[in-house]
Write a protein that binds this ligand. Structure first.
Ligand SMILES: *Cc1c(COP(=O)(O)O)cnc(C)c1O
Length: 367
């Protein structure tokens, strides 16, 4: 069967709706070759170090970090952060809110570490989230701010008890407003709302988190250098990383941070993602064959909308028809296995493009 071709006026100005790597704004790419760009220069000299300093300063501004919070950064992406936390942040036992793949992966990493006790977990079905309840005898409470595999948000809040609150903000950071004082570690990678590339992780860390990192490092536990959070703290304070960072990733991240601040900061980004995701949820509510996957409206993600289709429709075929016209990466999360489209509405994505996308899906449904 030959693919029908989407009419030109139903093609968004930018067809990238994937959950990471995600849409890069042209200004971010242009930044790489601007006069004075530090591309191709030493990461131990002022050019790259000042860039790292700017990224750290702008993250701090964007999140309105309370006094004493520090911005950390290191190589490896959010997945490496889980291993670093298992070595250098969890003292004995962690608790994990598990409601999808990403929250589950951190729990698995903690469970596999022979020097830690078996973690506690609270699980719920995909498309929902567990309530955050007090757990005794844990020193870390972990959950994703946004579960990218299902499109469910979890409020950034503290459980009663004295564990550090450690939030995976990989797909939420920069797109969803939150109270930074409610988290001890709010960590993320720059390939989602920040429209940069992967391979780096950043975190806003509270004084209590820094104190914990120092205590665990001093405990005599074996910690490899490349996963040492203590090394991350001391290197970040010097605006550097243990080994060579991707300079292009830092430049594109810095550009996006500057744009976000100029547009009005995190509140303005939250307004954008709310508008874009509302377009999709309202469209699904109004379309007989489509339904928002997340049934509780309060849990529906502002940055990753998941839309179920009834069995008369083949969502994979829609994704492939639209892909042929340059509308990319709206397939569902592969392990969720639903008849679904998953559409990112990250901060850099234009609401008008999301509107055009819904019209393109309507067209695919009727062709
Ligand atoms: C994308 C994503 C990750 C994985 O990030 P990497 O940088 O590829 O390791 C982790 N957690 C969440 C919530 C994500 O969306």
């Amino acid at each position: 069967m030959s693919e029908a071709i989407l009419p030109q006026d139903l093609i968004p100005t930018d067809g990238r709706f994937g959950c990471g790597p995600s849409k890069v704004r042209p200004e971010q790419i242009a930044r790489l070759s601007m006069p004075g760009s530090p591309m191709g220069t030493s990461h131990r000299q002022a050019g790259v170090k000042d860039l790292v300093g700017s990224v750290r300063e702008r993250v701090s501004q964007l999140f309105s970090l309370p006094d004493g919070y520090e911005v950390l950064l290191a190589n490896g992406g959010s997945t490496s952060f889980w291993d670093a936390a298992v070595f250098g942040l969890i003292e004995r036992r962690s608790h994990h809110q598990v409601f999808g793949e990403f929250g589950g992966k951190f729990a698995t990493a903690s469970a596999a570490a022979p020097w830690l006790d078996e973690p506690s977990t609270a699980k719920s079905e995909p498309g929902t989230r567990p309530a955050l309840e007090a757990v005794d005898g844990v020193d870390v409470v972990a959950y994703p701010h946004n579960e990218t595999s299902t499109g469910v948000m979890h409020p950034v809040e503290r459980a009663s008890g004295d564990g550090l609150t450690v939030v995976d903000a990989t797909s939420a950071a920069g797109g969803i407003d939150f109270d930074a004082s409610a988290a001890d570690v709010y960590y993320f990678a720059p390939q989602k709302n920040f429209g940069s590339d992967g391979g780096l992780w950043l975190a806003a860390a509270s004084p209590a988190a820094i104190e914990r990192i120092e205590r665990v490092a001093a405990s005599g536990r074996y910690i490899p250098d490349s996963l040492s959070l203590q090394q991350v703290v001391s290197n970040s304070r010097k605006n550097q990383t243990l080994n060579t960072p991707a300079v292009a990733t830092l430049l594109m991240l810095d550009e996006q941070l500057g744009w976000m601040l100029e547009q009005g900061g995190l509140a303005a980004m939250d307004t954008r993602t709310t508008a874009s995701s509302d377009v999709l949820y309202a469209w699904a509510d109004a379309t007989s064959v489509a339904t928002p996957f997340v049934s509780n409206p309060a849990d529906r993600s502002k940055v990753v909308a998941t839309i179920d289709f009834d069995e008369s429709v083949d969502a994979a075929a829609i994704a492939s028809t639209l892909r042929a016209s340059g509308i990319l990466d709206i397939e569902p999360y592969r392990k969720l296995g639903r008849n679904q489209l998953r559409i990112a509405t990250f901060a850099g994505i234009e609401t008008e493009d999301v509107r055009t996308l819904t019209r393109a899906i309507d067209w695919a449904l009727s062709n």
